[in-house]
Design a protein around this ligand. Structure first.
Ligand code: BGC
Length: 740
């Protein structure tokens, strides 16, 4: 090999990158040297869109470096013109927005995308969002949300990738790459924002904004890995979280933002507070007033304040009093300007308004959204009713069958319901010429308790060959500040299912929700259940094709489904108790009357719900069946620098071509601290034709078995391990290996 030929271009590329970085840093320094203190503080102040004249005045005077929620491309151009042409130094604005699961073309909610276990479709969704939003001048999105969510009462579980750190890391990185592309100065990209740093999803009791008590080791082993992965993938910004952990709000946590994020992880991007999270440190009882809150946030390492006005109103005085150093302010401004340079905003501050209008809902965007919706649906139950075959008449019922707004899901500001393809519309369009479709919603919306139409549903069901009930949650019942303490189907939806079942015809339930609901009691009232979370703009077409077998379900639970809300928090990667449940425990109706005082099963379980969940993490059926076999490791002993090569045979033993999400779990049998009973370490979507078998491989570097142990150092501990390759987090035969 001609090494010179190979190395020279690499060396030139590296040198070019270095000189670009040096050049950017020089431009930043030059700008900072020209800025007044007021202009510096202005860059650190983010405002939301409102009275445009007032905003223009702030921008002209250099009082704000970033605006969120500007409604359209023309307004972005107008305000950007004020920043670039009318402010003293002409520093462009950075315009941001919550583009969480699509901009106009809406993809499934992130929890739904997580059910696909498909980084490629997640990346594509983020790319589509970036193309549509950046065309309107939005170059910074507050996504991905990386909060590990182990409690479905918490409404923001919808915005998360579920309960698993590895899945969240993989999908978070895919989103960052989709938003930011290969070159962030390309005007069709957006800066990603990994949020909420950190622990926000562990809110006590699932009540939003609540405090958390995450230990240092748990923080490093469970909550931080997705953030570290996204920082390594080049995420340009980080948002601090609302919660306090062990008494310290993230927005004022110097150890978190300076020691870990900046020093240990080498993050050179920008840190933004959450909306008023600086000001809220007063309510937390961590700061006496806004001045103290401002000092705590900036000294901790927050560069930009979102909407608490703390920096703009307090920093000048804090500097005068010596409570904040000029160097701290300069560093914050440096991080903000670096972001603007990295996005090429100085070169391309404006957008083309015609293109902005043309590119929304492009056919390839809709096709990707449809694929994402298809991959995110989980088949939870099927007695053979699905896919629907030989049916001539179906009754479509339920409040989610034609809910253009609610199907889009939470925290979706730009998706327009009139563009939503609902299941009813899609069934009529795709199958209406072959199948007679009767429609009676039965209930007007998910919380509807008006039972007057239920009798009619039963009567119409008698005239049909099958009934499809679209139930779930309205979009507004999940998301921020939408915690619930009861996770059963709302309103009279369970009764609607029973009314459909009363006709004696096959019933399919399709649940469209923002979280895993406690649907255990509803399973008996249906022959099959497809769980789609809120599937977005193209959800209807995806679901219609899944129902009729033109697509085959492949989604898997990204989070544990509970039998009862009282089981929360419940997650698969928990530590064992000293008395794990065996599954043969005595349940409440078996306890004899006046039983003497005893600890019954002597194990960890609930008297009423037993131990297991309704559906475990990783679970999901298909129209076909898969078998795993011959799981083999290339050795039974490894050193920490080696890679474990696992081979296995996956066979499609059924009648449909389909995709299986193969999963690899490990268990560290005994560590310096107790380790989870299983941890996901690899997964892959594998497509097999009916009857096909394939030998597949996973490679797992032993270094990925590292964790923070008793001595608080992150490393691989030698000892015995178990490994499973299987289709969910509870099945499979363990294979043993050792790390020496
Ligand atoms: C949310 C953030 C969001 C911000 C801006 C806050 O209420 O917690 O996730 O990015 O608002 O809209």
């Amino acid at each position: 090999m001609n090494l010179k030929k190979y190395l020279l271009p690499v060396a030139i590329m590296a040198l070019t990158a270095c000189s670009q970085t040096d050049d950017t840093e020089r431009r930043i320094d030059r700008l900072i040297s020209q800025m007044t203190l007021a202009e510096k503080i202005g860059q650190m102040n983010q405002l939301t869109y409102g009275d445009e004249e007032w905003l223009a005045e702030q921008i002209r005077n250099g009082v704000s470096g970033s605006i969120l929620n500007i409604p359209d491309a023309a307004t972005v151009n107008r305000l950007q013109k004020v920043a670039v042409e009318e402010s003293r130094l002409g520093i462009p604005l950075i315009v941001s927005r919550d583009v969480i699961h699509g901009f106009h073309t809406i993809f499934p909610i992130p929890l739904g995308q997580a059910a696909s276990f498909d980084p490629a479709i997640v990346e594509q969704g983020a790319r589509v969002a970036a193309i549509e939003a950046s065309a309107c001048g939005i170059r910074w999105t507050f996504s991905p949300m990386l909060d590990i969510s182990r409690d479905p009462r918490w409404g923001r579980i919808a915005e998360s990738f579920g309960e698993d750190p590895y899945l969240t890391s993989q999908l978070g990185v895919a989103m960052v790459e989709g938003y930011q592309g290969d070159d962030t100065s390309d005007p069709s990209t957006m800066a990603a924002c990994a949020k909420h740093f950190i622990g926000y999803g562990a809110a006590e009791g699932g009540r939003d904004y609540n405090g958390t008590t995450i230990t240092e080791r748990l923080m490093h082993n469970v909550y931080m890995p997705p953030f570290k992965a996204c920082v390594d993938a080049g995420a340009l910004t980080i948002m601090t979280s609302f919660n306090e952990n062990d008494g310290v709000p993230s927005t004022g946590n110097r150890h978190l933002l300076r020691d870990i994020l900046r020093q240990q992880w080498g993050f050179d991007g920008m840190v933004v507070s959450d909306w008023n999270s600086t000001g809220e440190m007063i309510a937390h009882g961590f700061a006496a007033d806004l001045k103290e809150a401002a000092a705590q946030a900036v000294n901790a390492g927050v560069d930009m304040d979102m909407m608490s006005h703390a920096f703009i109103s307090q920093l000048e005085e804090l500097i005068d009093e010596g409570k904040v150093d000029m160097e701290t302010v300069d560093n914050a401004v440096r991080n903000i300007l670096r972001l603007k340079f990295r996005l090429g905003l100085f070169e391309n501050p404006y957008v083309d308004e015609t293109y902005a209008a043309e590119i929304q809902y492009a056919p390839e965007h809709l096709a990707a959204a449809k694929r994402a919706a298809e991959e995110s649906a989980i088949l939870l139950k099927n007695d053979g009713t699905l896919p629907l075959k030989g049916v001539r008449t179906i009754l479509v019922t339920g409040p989610m069958a034609d809910a253009q707004h609610d199907q889009l899901g939470t925290w979706c500001f730009d998706g327009e319901p009139e563009h939503t393809v609902t299941p009813l519309a899609a069934l009529r369009k795709l199958y209406g010429d072959k199948v007679r479709i009767i429609y009676e919603p039965g209930l007007g919306y998910s919380r509807d308790n008006d039972r007057s139409k239920l009798g009619r549903v039963t009567a119409l069901a008698r005239t049909a060959d099958a009934v499809v009930v679209f139930a779930g949650e309205e979009a507004i019942l999940s998301g921020e500040a939408h915690s619930l303490s009861n996770l059963d189907l709302q309103g009279a939806q369970s009764e609607l299912l029973r009314a459909a079942k009363a006709a004696g015809k096959p019933v399919v339930a399709v649940i469209m929700a923002g979280r895993p609901l406690t649907i255990g009691g509803d399973l008996d009232a249906c022959n099959a259940m497809l769980y789609s979370f809120h599937p977005g703009t193209m959800g209807g077409e995806a679901l219609a094709e899944l129902l009729f077998g033109d697509a085959v379900p492949s989604g898997k639970c990204p989070v544990t489904f509970l039998k009862e809300v009282g089981q929360a928090p419940y997650y698969y990667n928990r530590n064992n108790t000293g008395r794990p449940a065996s599954g043969n425990e005595m349940l409440i109706d078996q306890i004899p009357l006046r039983a003497g005082q005893t600890s019954l099963g002597c194990s960890s379980y609930y008297l009423d719900t037993g131990f297991g969940p309704l559906f475990p993490f990783g679970y999901g059926l298909s129209y076909t069946t898969f078998e795993y076999g011959d799981v083999k490791l290339d050795s039974n002993e490894y050193t920490p620098d080696q890679t474990i090569k696992v081979t296995f045979t996956l066979s499609n033993t059924g009648k449909y071509d389909a995709v299986e999400v193969a999963q690899l779990y490990i268990r560290d049998v005994a560590g310096s601290i107790a380790r989870p009973i299983r941890e996901l370490k690899r997964f892959e979507r594998i497509a097999l034709k009916a009857g096909e078998s394939r030998t597949c491989t996973f490679e797992l570097p032993v270094s990925e078995l590292a964790f923070m142990g008793l001595d608080k150092r992150v490393k691989v501990e030698p000892g015995d391990f178990k490994l499973w390759v299987c289709g969910d987090s509870v099945s499979g035969e363990a294979v043993d290996f050792k790390v020496i």
